[in-house]
Structure formats: structure tokens, C-alpha cells
Design a protein around this ligand. Structure first.
Ligand SMILES: O=P(O)(O)OC[C@H]1O[C@](O)(CO)[C@@H](O)[C@@H]1O
Length: 636
């Protein structure tokens, strides 16, 4: 409470905002005193006092803070590209930078997409050294598209590129599967939207909401796309349950309220056995029962044929089922039913999304690095992070609707590239850390550290040229719109970071629409594939995730043993309170004593009939028993 009142009192010291007349164009202290210049600094002052002179930013000499690991290892060069190329300070001469910008700028005319890699300092020598690796990577991508087993550990083909160009499928069976699924998605979505398929007991007579239950790749793509592309008033509004947090689930269900009756529940799980998703489903089914609703008539499953989820949906007679293909990984599933069904139901043009992705794939098939945007990205990642993930990738979209892009990329990149072993079995601990939120918001959060602090990252700016739909813009001061500020913030941050030796890539699109979003997804999917090949790892498996899942399973199994032991002691007359040590011993897990304590503390905090006596601050003093004896004792 003290801190709350402290905050309240300090807020009263804030300088009051000036009273701005609505739609005013008069000069106010909130306006910048002179027009924004591209080269203006990160801190564009709102008080009319501009900070550092812009020119000093571009002309002061740049020294990279510390020798990069690449330059450090240069002396020992062992044949790995780049190791013989010591990184130099970044170019600072504006004329040379302009040359570099124009020389390397990639443009995709049809998509209106640009990629600027000029603020990454790779040298011609480095590009040349990387050439053989790129040729190998291009070959690997070609093989993959032809249906090679590109995921050797799991013996699987990797076919997300076929989803947007079914003609590429290695056989007609797969092609038909893709085309038929797409057709089924469009028809189903249309029938739901126009009310041909109705919820059984909704007064509105048509579905109004979607509740999507899934996690990881079965949630992140649909979440990103909904945030980026759903219209303000979509035919169906979407909500997500993407965790096994009961309070989070309750919140989603409570927010739906009576509209649960008109909610289409889409349960998405490739494996059909992910515990978080199963729990979400069980919780939602309970909510339906409690509300007297028939879940099956409102449930849709997206999963692999024959999975547990598929069988459940079939046996219970759910409204519909859509396939998830063996050869599509969760994190590359946005263009499968996983992403497309939810998108179509929200009125998003999925054909345009597929078209954007397909055009981008096409562009990424050239073997000329300079003309291949995904290869250019991979080249920058390799250069900036020394091919070993030594620097993080900070993704900064300057557009609110792209807020979730970095979260989406986090899984795509980190689950794909974060690997312990390479394809030859060498321990490499590869990866590329991704984080970010959005600009200019992040300028008022962590960009201080990016510019001045520890130099452990490179940035990716996502720029959207169109500020808002035509006809809505207005000048909030002479010659300057709100969108001009956003633009200025992006350019200012790019310049300010570079001036301090921080490299960046900029991806520019005309606007956020289904085509550009499809293209962005395809661009990064391919960049990940190429980069994985450059560093010789399997991008398409995720063995590391299993360790955490297995450990979680062991905790729950131990919990059942703890309950059994406590029950036995609590059924005695008189009841026998046990110390934590005694519980662990009787569970035959003395080495798990800490976990036993945590299990008991968690259950006690959740009114689970556990009575703990003693001081929780000194766990050794605690004695526990159950408030009631369960004569069946069935916890296992
Ligand atoms: O779609 P599923 O099988 O429920 O898996 C969800 C996610 O879990 C993971 O397997 C990781 O645990 C991801 O790769 C996947 O996207």
C-alpha cells in the first residue's frame, strides 16, 4: 500500500498538460519547433528544444564497442566463413552510406516490399566467403521443396511452401489434400459467416465469436494475424486460450459471458495431445456444460488425422474437423488450416495472404544472394551474430497492428535455430535470440540500453509506408501528421543506433494487408531455413522442448504420490501429521524433498484440503496432513 500511495503523491507533481483545443493547429509547447528531419536524433524533443545536432550523429567516428567475437577469433581462423574477416568499424561517410544503400536495396515490385541491409557492415570479402555455404543452402531449399526428408531426425518432409503453391507438392495426393482443405476452409467460413451453419442455442442465430484453444505454433500465427489484419468489426471476434493458466482461461470465458452460446471453439493441436491445449479444451467443455450448452455442436478440431484430439472430435460428433499435415511444423503452420480458418472467419482475405507468401517464395528461389531477400536476411544474421548467435535480434515494427510479429518470430526463429547439436552431431549450442515489441513505444522503454548500453544485439525495423487509410489523415501541426512522427521516430532511432555502432536491417512494406503479412511470414520462414543450412543445423525439430514436458510430467506424478502418502497418514486415527522429510521418504523420493515442499505449498495455497502447520518461512518446521480422508485413496 505504501508504494501505491507513494506513486499517487508523486503523480500530483506532474506538470499539467496544456489545454489543447480540439483539432487545433496552433503552436503549442507540445509541438516540435522545426520540421522533423530524417537524420534527427532518437530523442526528438517535444518541448521544442531539439537534442544533439543531427549531423554529429552521422559524421562522428564510429567504433564498435568491443572487438566482436569474430574479430577475436580472426587470428585463429579455422576455415569458417567470416573468421578470417576481422570486422571493421561501420562506415560513417553519408555519401558512401547512400551508395551502399542504393547498391544493396532489395525491392519486390509486386509486393511493394523493400529490404535495406545497408546498415549491416558485412564486407564484399565476407559475402564472397559465404558464397559456397549459400549455394549449399539454396540446394537444400530446392531439395526440401521437392519433398526431401528435410527433417532427418523425425524422418519428415517439410512442406509449408506447398501450402501457398500446391503445384509444388511432390505428388498429386498431397496437392489435392492442400487444395481440398483450402476449399473446405473457405466454404465452412462462408457458411458460418452468413449464418448457414448456426449455433444450436444462440438468440442471435449466428456465430459471433471464436475461441481458439492452442499453444505455440498452434496459437502464435493466428494471434499475430488477428492483431495485424482483423477488421475493426469482424464477422466473428476472436479470443485465445493459449496456456494452462486457470485464471487466464476463466478470464476469456468470463469475457465471452452469454456469448458463449454463439462462440465457435476451434481447438488446434498438430499432435492432438499437448497438455495445455487438452486442459483448455476440458475447461471450455466444462463452461459449456455449466451454461447448459452442447459443446460438440460448436466445436471444431484442427489436428493430424488419427490423433487423440481427432478421435475425440470424431467420437463426440464435433461440428467440423480440419487436417493438420504431418509435413507442416507448428511454427510454420500459419498458411495451413491452423492460420487460415481463423483468418477466414474474421473476414481476412486468405487468398491474398497465400498470394503474398507465394510471391515471396518465388523471389527467394533465386541463387543470387543479392536478389534473394531471405538470403540477404540470413547473411545479415550471420554477419551480425558471427554465425553463432552472439548478438540478439531486436524486432521493432513501427505499426501497432504488427505488435505480435516479434512474438511470432520468437518461436519461428528460436525453436528452429536454438539447437544443441549440428547435423553432424557436433555440440554447437546454436541459436538467435529474438525479442521486441513495437516502435516508437519501445523508445520510451529499453532503447536507452540499446543505444548506450551493452552492445549485444542488432535491430530489425519493420516500416509501413502507409500511415492510415486514405482520406483520414490530417496535419496536427503545419505540414506534419501523426504518422510523420512515427516515421521520424523510426528513422531517428535507426540513425541514432547506427551512429553508436549498432547495426540494423529495415524491412519496408506499403501497408499492412493480407499480401504483405503473407509475404513477411514467408520471408522469415525462408530466412530461417537458409540460415539453418548456413550453420548446419536441423531447423525443423525441437528436441529440447521435450525435456521440460517430461519434467512437468514427473512433477505431476510426484504430486499424486504425495497425495497418496498424505491420505494414508490422514486416514489413521488419530491423524498423523508428517514433516516434509517424512513425506519425501514415504514417496521413495528423498532427493525430491524440495519439490515435495513446493507441491504441498502450491496445493495448500489452492484450498486443496491440505493443512500445513508451522512456519512456511522455515520449511523444516512444517507438518502437513489432509483435512479429509479419502477412503478410496485413488490418486495414482
Ligand atoms: O500443435 P501442438 O502439437 O499442440 O504443439 C504445440 C507446440 O508445441 C511444440 O511442439 C513445442 O512444445 C511446438 O513446436 C508446437 O508449435
Amino acid at each position: 500500500m505504501a508504494s501505491i500511495s507513494g506513486l499517487c503523491s508523486s503523480s500530483s507533481n506532474l506538470i499539467p498538460k496544456p489545454n489543447l483545443p480540439s483539432l487545433s493547429r496552433i503552436q503549442s509547447p507540445w509541438m516540435i519547433s522545426s520540421p522533423l528531419r530524417i537524420e534527427d536524433n532518437l530523442k526528438i524533443s517535444f518541448s521544442g528544444i531539439s537534442s544533439k545536432s543531427s549531423h554529429s550523429l552521422l559524421t562522428h567516428s564510429v567504433a564498435r564497442d568491443a572487438p566482436s567475437s569474430l574479430s577475436k577469433i580472426a587470428a585463429t581462423g579455422d576455415g569458417v566463413p567470416g573468421k578470417s574477416v576481422a570486422k571493421k568499424g561501420l562506415e560513417t561517410d553519408p555519401k558512401v552510406l547512400w551508395e551502399r544503400y542504393t547498391e544493396w536495396l532489395y525491392q519486390h515490385k509486386d509486393l511493394g516490399l523493400y529490404l535495406d541491409v545497408s546498415r549491416v557492415g558485412f564486407t564484399d570479402e565476407f559475402v564472397k566467403e559465404m558464397e559456397p555455404r549459400f549455394m549449399k543452402a539454396f540446394q537444400a531449399m530446392e531439395d526440401l521443396e521437392k519433398g526431401a526428408i528435410a527433417n532427418p531426425d523425425e524422418g519428415r518432409m517439410v512442406g509449408h511452401y506447398w501450402l501457398r503453391n500446391p503445384k509444388l507438392s511432390p505428388n498429386s495426393f498431397l496437392r489435392l489434400q492442400i487444395e481440398n482443405t483450402l476449399e473446405a476452409i473457405s466454404t465452412f467460413a462462408e457458411d458460418i459467416i452468413v449464418g448457414k451453419i448456426k449455433p444450436p442455442s444462440s438468440p442471435e442465430g449466428r456465430f459471433t465469436h471464436i475461441l481458439s484453444v492452442g499453444i505455440g505454433g498452434s496459437a502464435l500465427g493466428p494471434q499475430f494475424v488477428a492483431e495485424a489484419l482483423a477488421p475493426d468489426n469482424p464477422p466473428l471476434k476472436i479470443r485465445f486460450i493459449d496456456n494452462t493458466d486457470p485464471a487466464g482461461i476463466d478470464h476469456q470465458i468470463a469475457q465471452l459471458g452469454p456469448e458463449l452460446a454463439s462462440t465457435l471453439v476451434i481447438v488446434v493441436s498438430k499432435s492432438g495431445g499437448t497438455p495445455e491445449t487438452r486442459n483448455g479444451l476440458l475447461e471450455v467443455q466444462k463452461a459449456f456444460r455449466d451454461a447448459g450448452l452442447n459443446f460438440a455442436k460448436q466445436g471444431v478440431a484442427i489436428t493430424q488425422e488419427g490423433s487423440l484430439l481427432d478421435n475425440t472430435a470424431r467420437i463426440e460428433g464435433w461440428l467440423s474437423r480440419f487436417p493438420m499435415f504431418d509435413w507442416v511444423g507448428g511454427r510454420t503452420s500459419e498458411m495451413s488450416a491452423v492460420g487460415l480458418l481463423a483468418a477466414a472467419l474474421q473476414g481476412i482475405n486468405i487468398k491474398e495472404m497465400l498470394e503474398g507468401a507465394s510471391l515471396m517464395d518465388e523471389a527467394n528461389r533465386t541463387n543470387v544472394v543479392k536478389n534473394n531477400p531471405a538470403a540477404l536476411l540470413a547473411l545479415c544474421w550471420y554477419w551480425a551474430s558471427d554465425g553463432v548467435g552472439s548478438k540478439d535480434m531486436v524486432v521493432l515494427p513501427y505499426k501497432d497492428s504488427l505488435l505480435l510479429f516479434s512474438r511470432y518470430l520468437q518461436q519461428l526463429v528460436m525453436e528452429s535455430l536454438g539447437k544443441e547439436f549440428d547435423l553432424d552431431g557436433n555440440k554447437v549450442n546454436q541459436g538467435l535470440t529474438v525479442y521486441g515489441n513495437k516502435g516508437s513505444t519501445d523508445q520510451h522503454a529499453y532503447i536507452q540500453q540499446l543505444r548506450d548500453g551493452v552492445h549485444n544485439f542488432f535491430a530489425t525495423f519493420i516500416e509501413v509506408l502507409r500511415d492510415r487509410p486514405p482520406g483520414h489523415d490530417w496535419e496536427l501541426e503545419p505540414g506534419v501528421t501523426c504518422g510523420d512522427y512515427l516515421f521520424g521516430m523510426l528513422q531517428g532511432t535507426r540513425s541514432a543506433l547506427y551512429a553508436n555502432g549498432r547495426e540494423s536491417v529495415t524491412v519496408t512494406v506499403q501497408e499492412v494487408n493480407p499480401r504483405s503479412v503473407g509475404a513477411l511470414i514467408a520471408l522469415y520462414e525462408r530466412a530461417v531455413g537458409i540460415y539453418a543450412s548456413l550453420v548446419n543445423i536441423n531447423a525443423y525439430h525441437q528436441p529440447g522442448v521435450e525435456a521440460g514436458k517430461k519434467a512437468a510430467g514427473e512433477v505431476l506424478a510426484l504430486q499424486k504420490r504425495v497425495l497418496s502418502v498424505l491420505n494414508e497418514a490422514s486416514c489413521k486415527d488419530p491423524v498423523e501429521p508428517l514433516s516434509i522429510e517424512e513425506v519425501a521418504d514415504r514417496c521413495h523420493s528423498p532427493e525430491d524433498i524440495e519439490m515435495v515442499y513446493k507441491i504441498i505449498a502450491h496445493m495448500a495455497a489452492n484450498d486443496r484440503a491440505i493443512i500445513a502447520e508451522g512456519d512456511c518461512g522455515s520449511p523444516r518446521s512444517v507438518k502437513v496432513f489432509l483435512g479429509e480422508c479419502n477412503v478410496d485413496g485413488l490418486y495414482g
